[in-house]
Design a binder for this molecule. Sequence first.
Ligand SMILES: Cc1cc2nc3c(=O)[nH]c(=O)nc-3n(C[C@H](O)[C@H](O)[C@H](O)COP(=O)(O)O)c2cc1C
Length: 341
Amino acid sequence: MAECAHPTLISQKKLDRTFSVAPMMGLTERHCRYFHRLLSEHALLYSEMVTSGALIHGDKNRFLAHDAAEYPLALQLGGHDANELAQCARFAEKSGYQEVNLNVGCPSDRVQNGRIGACLMAEPDTVANAVKAMRDAVSIPVTVKHRIGINGRESYQELVDFVGTVAQAGCESFIVHARIAVLEGLSPKQNRDVPPLKPAWVYGLKEAFPDLDVVINGGITSFDEIAMHLDKVDGVMVGREAYQNPYLLAAVDHHLYDSASPMPSRRQVIEQMLPYIEQQLKQGTYLSHITRHMLGLYQGVPGARRFRRYISEHAHHSGAGIEVLLAAADQVEQVNLRQGP
Ligand SMILES: Cc1cc2nc3c(=O)[nH]c(=O)nc-3n(C[C@H](O)[C@H](O)[C@H](O)COP(=O)(O)O)c2cc1C
């Protein structure tokens, strides 16, 4: 089981934003985060975005549910109403999260219609008011994740003005996806790939605001890239690569924090996951809802495809249990035994 630090101990020390795993709807839910925590003791983990409306009017307990083993952990909110967001920030703090983050980067039509996400880059004062209200409501850090711009507001100066306005409201940490969002004509998926990355703009923000924590996000896939960015900014946030190749988390932890002790093997990580899975199965969770996040564990290793295929074919059967994962790991080991050292 992951070491579980007491939440108040974590909140008393400054959150380490050197390396974080990005919030991803449909992916970074609690089982995924538990798994990621086994791979990295230090990464700051983020929830999926939950809108203020859903949290206030919906099943609060379900949206906030997490395991203390996931700490340090941030709740990401979507919304624009300062009072609602302040209320949600209180929920987050009360239920143990160590940070509350406002999503100002999501470009989807659905969230735009609710004045949520990247469209708020055109409303720096709205974001600033929301940040101020949240800061007044809680003592955990309030951070903002945003783009370098949106279509029609694409200049570097507008980015600097946005960050300056929001910083004046008390936001000290900015996570910057280093590409603009195009709010008409591109899908959310295209908006994560098509607009060009401009990391130099994020480095520029750090130079313009040396006292702020600036975290860069977007298109980062290797430890070498992470190390390069860390020369210029305070932190790196990785999304898709962390999900598709989660063993990267173990490598980052090892290289950034603890090169003296050995990295856990993939098999060890699976074994550490088993007590959690058994406990979840007893509560009625389907095995496949947990193992779907583990499919990429052997990415880049001979036998990775067999691991994925074995789990995909067996984890959804009724009554499937931890034996599926162990058998899948055996499949990889057989391939590697045959190939020799
Ligand atoms: C499936 C998926 C869902 C996402 N959901 C969110 C979200 O809920 N909130 C958010 O701020 N960003 C979301 N993102 C964007 C990521 O947090 C990140 O900014 C983006 O993927 C770029 O980083 P990457 O190139 O390392 O993946 C999502 C990305 C993906 C792939």
